[in-house]
Design a binder for this molecule. Structure first.
Ligand code: 3PG
Length: 472
């Protein structure tokens, strides 16, 4: 089988440690081998027809090689492709993206194309600094490096509409009643009803007051995301001028080049960067897409300090195993093992620090215990509705969340304490208690049955991965 006159199938090839490796699911109108050839050709040196300008040097040194195929049907399956590092502009992530994850999505033979995972060689990882603070640095700042408890936080709600003073009053109540972090929502920046600078000034004073009263360091994550780089930089300058230490970015919306530019400044100004992933699902959920684990790797390499990764137990998509995978990619030092077909073994370069995973979306105190089974203690637990929707408001909601986290961090069950803490009781009466047993069973099953999951994926293809494995 050839595509455009050249053969990219090379099943005897073993990728070198400097190769990029991608794992993709593909389905289309022609045979799997032809689809794979089309992918490899279009993403490396080829096109739809033979060209007189091709020479041996180009084909030998820069082409992609399909080194493994797992057929699920005649015209669908898993494709493993290796790319030589020489193919890429090593300082330029955008060029890598245009090659590997670019034109191929438009090929008309394809009915489905989903990139499950990518292995990024350490030589390429050298161009990135990774997080400046990362998990350890954020913990040190907040003062939880000794206790190791999860961080607690809230997103001021309503998402938009409050005035700067109203916003800061809500934030103060949350900080003063035990939460470590308060943040803007992804869609609040500088609207007329709540100008950014005014909100920042009010919130900065509220933060000072709450820190003085509680004796705890708090995080205030102000959203500076903007179409204008100049405006973002002006906001960063102001944050620095006021002596503030954190900032929030909508990282997917910004795109890699703008993010890279802004991160260079946040690192110079020594700011902790909180990354909201709003929009990620447009790539991650469809038949044509890119798994969020791939983005997690790149956001960590680029160097955000905290990243939204989903919850496994809340309102956003993603079951236990999928979110656990994102968590490991964010939080593990060094190597992250492949779980089952659908992921690859991966190793971060030594200088790339782990980051603080953020679980957010549809959480409340009754879900904390189950959430910690999925994520462990290295996680920031954020609840918007689950704090401000408490029957007695933000203060009681914040206390209920912090109490739940303290109990679970001690290895105890919140069920034993419901009667002791009225706020916790009211929260659970309103939203319920999520039994962690199911989540423990899923993780135990995965540990002991990797081969079963592998077989299910091999036989059932992406449908089984997405609809079964990633949903349990
Ligand atoms: C977020 O930024 O993750 C959401 O605004 C979370 O809000 P929720 O806790 O009310 O779902």
């Amino acid at each position: 089988m050839v595509y455009g006159g050249y053969r990219y199938l090379d099943l005897d090839y073993t990728p070198s440690e400097d190769d990029f490796v991608v794992l993709a699911w593909v389905k289309g109108k022609v045979k799997l081998e032809t689809l794979a050839e089309a992918l490899a050709a279009e993403s490396s040196v080829g096109t739809w027809t033979e060209v007189k300008t091709m020479n041996e040097h180009v084909f030998k040194n820069y082409r992609a090689r399909i080194f493994k195929l797992i057929k699920v049907s005649e015209n669908a399956g898993f494709v493993f492709i290796a790319y030589p590092i020489e193919h890429f502009d090593i300082k330029n992530l955008a060029q890598f993206w245009a090659s590997v994850l670019g034109n191929v999505f438009g090929l008309k033979e394809l009915e489905e194309l989903y990139y499950l995972d990518i292995k990024i060689p350490k030589k390429f990882q050298k161009q990135f600094d990774g997080p400046l603070f990362g998990l350890e640095g954020v913990r040190k700042y907040v003062g939880t490096d000794k206790t190791g408890r999860p961080h607690t936080g809230t997103i001021v709600k309503p998402k938009v509409g409050l005035t700067p003073k109203e916003w800061a009053d809500v934030a103060y109540k949350a900080w003063a009643n035990g939460l470590d972090l308060v943040k803007d929502d992804e869609n609040l920046v500088d609207q007329d009803f709540c100008k950014w600078k005014e909100r920042f000034d009010y919130a900065f004073d509220a933060l000072d007051k709450a820190e003085a009263e509680t004796g705890e360091k708090k995080l205030y994550l102000t959203n500076i995301t903007d179409i204008s780089i100049e405006r973002m930089v002006e906001r960063l300058d102001y944050i620095k001028e006021r002596g503030h230490k954190q900032v929030m970015l909508d990282v997917y919306i910004l795109g890699f080049p703008a993010l890279d530019y802004i991160l260079k400044i946040t690192k110079k100004y020594k700011l902790i960067v909180h990354a909201h992933r709003a929009g990620y699902a447009a790539w991650h959920r469809g038949n044509f897409g890119i798994n969020f684990g791939i983005l997690t790797k790149f956001y960590r390499l680029l160097g955000v300090d905290q990243l939204h990764i989903g919850t496994g137990v809340g309102k956003m998509e993603g079951g236990t195993l999928l979110i656990r995978r994102f968590h490991e990619l964010a939080e593990k030092q060094g190597g992250v093992e492949k779980l089952y077909l659908g992921s690859l073994d991966f190793e971060f370069a030594e200088h790339i620090k782990p980051l603080m995973p953020v679980a957010s979306g549809g959480l409340d105190p009754g879900r904390v215990e189950a959430l910690v089974v999925v994520h462990g203690l290295n996680v920031t637990i954020q609840a918007g509705g689950g704090v401000h929707g408490h029957p007695r408001g933000t203060e009681a909601g914040a206390r209920a969340l912090r109490t739940a986290v303290e109990i679970v961090a001690r290895g105890e069950s919140i069920k034993e304490y419901i009667d002791k803490y009225p706020e916790l009781k009211e929260a659970i009466e309103k939203w319920g208690y999520l039994d962690p047993a199911k989540y423990k069973r899923i993780l135990e099953f995965e540990k002991e049955n990797k081969d079963v999951l592998d077989r299910m994926a091999t036989e059932g293809g992406i449908g089984v991965i997405k609809e079964v494995i990633w949903k349990i």
